[in-house]
Every structure is written in structure tokens, then in C-alpha cells.
Design a protein around this ligand. Structure first.
Ligand code: SDX
Length: 433
């Protein structure tokens, strides 16, 4: 197999290096294309363009494979804790017991949010979408936790310590912000958790504990949260992670980069799809449950309706996360004794789509967002909070990619373009237009 790619253009031949990844993926390195051939590439949505080398997550869209640092998502979802997975994604190895305990201790030491942040939270109108609030509060954290400039060029540990401090602060404070956004919507007091509990157990306590009542751990809920957070923890160069990397490439801080990632995730074509899926399923239910009618709408090019939770840029087979979540949805509803007609509607939609040439020919299968909302609903999380739960899970992945980009000293992201506007023309005074 050649390690070069040839390009013939304008009676010239150019040769470019082909790089091969550890899973045998191949890429043409076009970093010298403009200087050698005075050409650029164009690829709207970057469907065929790699932005970086990364060792964090591997996806095989054809085979439905997802691995975090080499560990399969199935293995991790079944056996790991979310905090172990966060450590794995960020530092590359599963922690031993003392590393994990120190990680949790350092996070707990930072699990206080400045009281003035409560005032900022309380200043939002009740109608404000939780994703907008979370993005704003994450950015506001910078004001209360000014991050010293991290240079990493020198070998002093202080820079790596500075980075570690930012990382544990974010892992400490985001769950509190998520819990407080949820509690404010419910009119519950903004309280802290109990740092003797595990990381996810404490998130559950902070979100759901009612005033003047002891917190009683519900293993079904904590295990479901743990699994959902792991399944959302990273997904290589998706829209929001690419946003975090490009914002961070200007040496913007971790908090500022993650705040931008939260905004990117909000869109309904990305993380916002989990809320849109539940709204779609509820609309089908309220319309009498006729899934066939909505399938026709999804296939009609003149109808803006899309089957939310279906399709994926990378997975052209099943999304392994959707398979795990579908089973978890069934188990959680059974364990909680909930018979939700929404699950039946979801399953019949999936069955119809998987037998419909429009979907199979376009390789459109359920993605991570199709079933997740059914579990969040069973956990009594309002649908406006679904994408916030996605963001909570994705924080370790965003941190891992921001850190990798800085450690690799990746250049500032600045794509080129093909200009299609007016050619040079002279200014015309307003009285002559
Ligand atoms: C996430 O990238 C990631 O890794 C993301 C994510 C992560 O973990 O970070 O996995 C999380 O964002 C999952 C995706 C959640 N979004 C949705 O469920 C929204 C519904 N899906 C689509 O909007 C769409 O499938 C995307 C955005 C997910 C992917 O879009 P692409 O890859 O740009 O594909 P496309 O829009 O070009 O669609 C190809 C064809 C088109 O038809 P034709 O023009 O060929 O006739 O498939 C059709 C589309 O119209 N199509 C759909 C469809 N999705 C694609 N038709 C109906 N319903 C759909 N859901």
C-alpha cells in the first residue's frame, strides 16, 4: 500500500503524504497543498475532513464500534463508574483506587460555587432554556475562578498543575450548576450535596432531594444516571467537541471553551435532539399514535419534519449507544413500575423505519438521542433539561479534547474559504445610488 497520494492539476503532479492511524484509518496530509499547488480543499460540514490527530475516542461508523481510549463502550457502560471514565478520557488510563480517590477528593474540595452565581441564576426569566443558563453560568465561573494563563511550553509542573486545577474545578462545579438549574425550575432551594457520597450518587442527591426529607438512594436511578453519563461522555470530533477544540485553540480558557461547547450542543440537530425526540413522540401520542402518518412526513422533502433521534454523520449502521440505552429504558421503566406508552411508540417507529427503504437506503438508524429521553422522563427530569443532562455527560470528553489540543500544541483553528462575492467595485456616494 502506497504512503503517498498523487494529485494531477494544471499539467503538474503533486505528491502528499498519507498518514495511517492506529486503527488503520488513512488520511491525506494536505497541510502543504496551498504552498505547493496554490489550492485549498472545500468540504462543507467537514464530512471528509480530519481536523486533528487524537488518541481519545475511536468510532467505526460501519461496524457500530465506539471505544474510549481503547475500551469498548459496552464494557465501560456495564462495569465502570462515570468518574473512572472521566479520568480515563482525560488522562488516558483507568485510575487505580488511590488515583480515583484523590481525583474525587480534589473535586470535592472545589465543590463550592460562589454565592453571587446564585444571584446570576436567579436573574434569569423562568422561561429561559436551561442550556442557555448553563452556558452563561459556565462562562460566569471564570469571573469567580480567574484562570492563570497556561503556557505548557515550559516543563514546569506548575502549568500542568494549573491545568489540573481547572479540570477538577469544572468537574466539581458543573454538576452543582446543573442541579441548581433543575431545582430552580422546580422552585426547590439551591442546596449542595453530600461529598461522602460517590460522584454520580451526589449529583442525583443534589438534583432530586426534597426539602426536609432524608435522601434515600434509589439504585435504579443512580445506575441509570451513571450509565447515561458514560454513554454521553465523548464522541470524537462531533460538532460541540470541535467547537471546544477550536475555541480552545486560541488559548481561550477551559471554562470559556466548554461554555461554547454547551451552546453548540444545544442545537436540535446535535444534543438538542433528545428533547426534540420526546416532543415528537408526545406529538405522535397526542395525535392518536399513528406512526405511519409521521413516517410519511419524515420522508416528504417538502415537509420540514424529520424523524428526530434518527440518522448520524458517522454511524451508517446502528449507534452502539442507542442499543444500550434502548435496553436500559426497558429495564428502568420495569424497575420503576412505569408503563409509558411513549416507549411503545418509539419501538414501533424504530421497527417501521428499519423496514422502510427511505431510511435503510440512507442508513438512518436510531442514534443516542432516540431512547435517552424516555429514561430521563422516567427519572422525572423535565424535557427542557434533557440536553443539559447530555452536556453533563459530555464535560469529561470536552475537557479531554481541550487538554489534548493544548498538550499537542495544535495551531489556532482558522479555515480558508472560496470567495463567491462581488469583485472589486468603487464606492458610490449615497446621492448617486
Ligand atoms: C448527536 O456527531 C456526533 O457524534 C453527534 C452525537 C454525539 O455524541 O456528539 O452522536 C450526538 O448529535 C446525534 C444526532 C442527533 N440529531 C438528530 O437525531 C436529528 C435528526 N438527524 C438528522 O438531522 C441527521 O441525521 C444528522 C444531523 C444527525 C446527520 O446529518 P448528515 O450526516 O448531515 O446527513 P444529511 O442531513 O445530509 O442526511 C442525508 C439524507 C438526506 O436525505 P437526501 O437529501 O439524501 O434525500 O438523509 C436524510 C436527509 O434528508 N435524513 C433524514 C434524517 N436524517 C437524515 N430524513 C428524515 N429524518 C431524519 N432524521
Amino acid at each position: 500500500m502506497s504512503d503517498k497520494a498523487k494529485l494531477n492539476f494544471d499539467n503538474n503532479e503533486y505528491e502528499f503524504q498519507v498518514i495511517v492511524g492506529s486503527e488503520k484509518e488513512k488520511a491525506i496530509d494536505v497541510s502543504s497543498l496551498r504552498s505547493e499547488a496554490n489550492l485549498i480543499t472545500i468540504d462543507p460540514g467537514f464530512k471528509n475532513t480530519g481536523s486533528c490527530r487524537s488518541s481519545i475516542t475511536f468510532l467505526d461508523g460501519e461496524k457500530g464500534i465506539l471505544r474510549y481510549r481503547g475500551y469498548s463502550i459496552e464494557d465501560l457502560a456495564e462495569n465502570a463508574s462515570f468518574l473512572e471514565v472521566a479520568f480515563l478520557l482525560i488522562y488516558g488510563q483507568l485510575p487505580n483506587e488511590s488515583e480515583l480517590n484523590k481525583f474525587l477528593d480534589d473535586i470535592n474540595e472545589n465543590s463550592i460555587v460562589d454565592e453571587d452565581l446564585k444571584k446570576i441564576l436567579e436573574s434569569f426569566p423562568k422561561s429561559a432554556h436551561p442550556m442557555g443558563i448553563l452556558s452563561s453560568l459556565t462562562s460566569a465561573l471564570i469571573a469567580f475562578n480567574p484562570e492563570k494563563k497556561i503556557s505548557l511550553n515550559n516543563s514546569y509542573n506548575s502549568d500542568h498543575d494549573l491545568m489540573y486545577n481547572s479540570i477538577v474545578k469544572l468537574l466539581a462545579k458543573i454538576p452543582i450548576l446543573v442541579a441548581w438549574v433543575h431545582r430552580r425550575r422546580k422552585g426547590l432551594p439551591l442546596e449542595y450535596g453530600d461529598y461522602n457520597l460517590g460522584y454520580v450518587d451526589n449529583i442525583t442527591k443534589m438534583m432530586f432531594q426534597l426539602p426536609n426529607q432524608d435522601y434515600v438512594k434509589n439504585n435504579v436511578i443512580v445506575n441509570a444516571m451513571n450509565k447515561l453519563l458514560i454513554l454521553h461522555a465523548d464522541h470524537e470530533q462531533n460538532c460541540s467537541t470541535s467547537t471546544v477544540r477550536i475555541v480552545g485553540s486560541s488559548e481561550a480558557s477551559l471554562f470559556a471553551s466548554v461554555s461554547a461547547g454547551i451552546s453548540a450542543l444545544w442545537g436540535r440537530l446535535h444534543g438538542g435532539a433528545n428533547q426534540a425526540v420526546l416532543e415528537m413522540l408526545e406529538a405522535i401520542k397526542n395525535d392518536g399514535g399513528d406512526t405511519k402518518k409521521f413516517m410519511v412526513k419524515a420522508k416528504d422533502k417538502n415537509d420540514p419534519f424529520r424523524l428526530m433521534g434518527f440518522g448520524h454523520r458517522v454511524y451508517k449502521n446502528f449507534d452502539p449507544r442507542a442499543r444500550i440505552i434502548k435496553k436500559a429504558a426497558h429495564d428502568v421503566l420495569k424497575d420503576l413500575g412505569i408503563d409509558d406508552p411513549i416507549l411503545k411508540i418509539a419501538k414501533s417507529l424504530e421497527k417501521e423505519a428499519l423496514n422502510d427503504p427511505y431510511f435503510t437506503s440512507r442508513k438512518l438508524y436510531p442514534n443516542v438521542d432516540f431512547y435517552s429521553g424516555i429514561i430521563y422522563k422516567a427519572l422525572k427530569i423535565p424535557k427542557e433539561m434533557f440536553t443539559v443532562m447530555f452536556a453533563l455527560g459530555r464535560v469529561p470528553g470536552w475537557i479531554a479534547h481541550w487538554r489534548e489540543m493544548r498538550m499537542n500544541n495544535d495551531p489556532i483553528g482558522r479555515p480558508r474559504q472560496v470567495y463567491t462575492g462581488e469583485n472589486r467595485r468603487s464606492f458610490v456616494p449615497i446621492n448617486k445610488r
